[in-house]
Design a binder for this molecule. Structure first.
Ligand code: SF4
Length: 363
């Protein structure tokens, strides 16, 4: 096995960034303009849960059927751990995140600036125009917060850096089947995109690619995995132990954020075009058939022999699609396993057993 990649922790990255005079933005899932924050000297740190947090603080403000990502996310923000953030961004990804934004803005009112972002569900000219205005609105709030006003050239430079990081992420995901590394270590690097500055992620991911490219390939059955994110990450150990390797990634946090480069002259148009260029995504209300076509194509291109739908309980945007999309994949010869988890709970033994049985059925 190759030596493991040395990943800095979120805490280290935050402390270092703040030590250099930077600010931190806590960002909830999923689509948002990383470059906009970086142009203001702010590092976006994504809050996907986190698992292991005591979610009782968030539970007190949310309905019982809100997903664990939102319940844990709110608890985290309201806890001492969230104090490190200078601003909080809540994109309107789903009703649960909309509820979280309302709790912050109307009830708990943290001392940090709370920003919202409405990402449209389609890609018409009017959607692009709307998103451009949304991005300008967020820009204006960040001017208020920081007293800075980045130039167009600075915004473009920040977007260039994010574009390069996205290109390396795309290489990592597309070359996954040829890399001699287990799921757990691989996703440690992939998910460092959630908190590392773009330029640091790009250099760390390039080093990981070099390291893993020459390593012997473990004998594993290739699969496609989809859902919001592989959390708790113990699921990746369970997949490793069952002899399954994720070679096709459609997680909302990684594979669905491989944005295409835009050459638009206006920085806000460029940001808007980029953000709307991801693959078919249920959280953006994509059509069922485009989603099936995309996943079938991804499975065929990567040689995935089955598909794991790793879903979070009460995640409505995803849940509406699962029955029809799994049927479409199965009709195309891709067997599916759909499971649901609460990211704040330990991995249930029953889930490990289902993953093992799925692995056996594919071998
Ligand atoms: S897990 Fe689903 S419901 Fe929860 S925040 Fe994410 S998209 Fe929304």
């Amino acid at each position: 096995m190759p030596a493991s990649v040395d990943l800095p922790s979120r805490t280290t990255v935050i402390e270092r960034f703040k030590g250099q005079g930077g600010r931190i933005a806590a960002v909830l899932p999923i689509h948002y303009p990383r470059a906009l924050f970086r142009a203001f000297g702010m590092l976006p740190i994504e809050v996907w849960g986190p698992p292991g947090v005591d979610k009782s603080t968030g539970d007190a403000h949310l309905q019982a059927y809100a997903c664990s990502t939102v319940r844990a996310g709110l608890s985290f923000i309201l806890s001492g751990a969230g104090e490190v953030a200078d601003a909080i961004l809540v994109p309107h990804t789903c009703d649960s995140l909309q509820a979280l934004a309302s709790v912050l803005l109307d009830f708990t009112k943290p001392h940090q600036m709370v920003l919202t972002l409405y990402v449209p569900k389609a890609e018409r000219a009017s959607d692009l125009e709307f998103l451009g205005k949304e991005l300008r609105r967020v820009f204006g709030r960040l001017v208020e917060l920081t007293g800075q006003r980045p130039t167009d050239a600075e915004l473009h430079a920040a977007m260039d850096r994010e574009q390069q990081a996205d290109e390396v992420l795309a290489r990592l995901l597309s070359e996954r089947g040829k890399l001699g590394v287990g799921n757990r270590e691989f996703y440690g690097v992939v998910r460092s995109r959630e908190y590392l500055p773009a330029e640091e992620f790009a250099s760390l991911a390039r080093a990981a690619l070099d390291k893993w490219a020459g390593a012997p390939l473990p004998k594993r059955t290739p699969i496609l995995a989809t859902g919001i994110m592989p959390e708790p990450m113990d699921v990746l150990d369970a997949l490793d132990e069952a002899g399954l390797s994720i070679v096709a990634d459609d997680f909302a946090g990684s594979g669905r954020r491989l944005y295409k480069a835009s050459t638009a002259h206006d920085p806000f148009d460029r940001m808007a075009k980029t953000l709307l260029s991801g693959s078919p995504d249920p959280t953006r209300g994509c059509g069922i058939q485009p989603r099936i076509d995309h996943l079938v194509d991804l499975a065929k291109r990567t040689g995935a022999r089955g598909a794991l739908f790793y879903e979070i309980k009460f995640c409505e945007p995803e849940a509406f699609y699962v029955p029809l999309v799994t049927r479409g994949l199965q009709a195309a010869g891709v067997p599916c396993l759909a499971v649901e988890v609460d990211i704040t709970d330990p991995m249930p033994d029953q889930l490990v057993t289902r993953i093992e049985a799925f692995a056996e059925s594919l071998s």
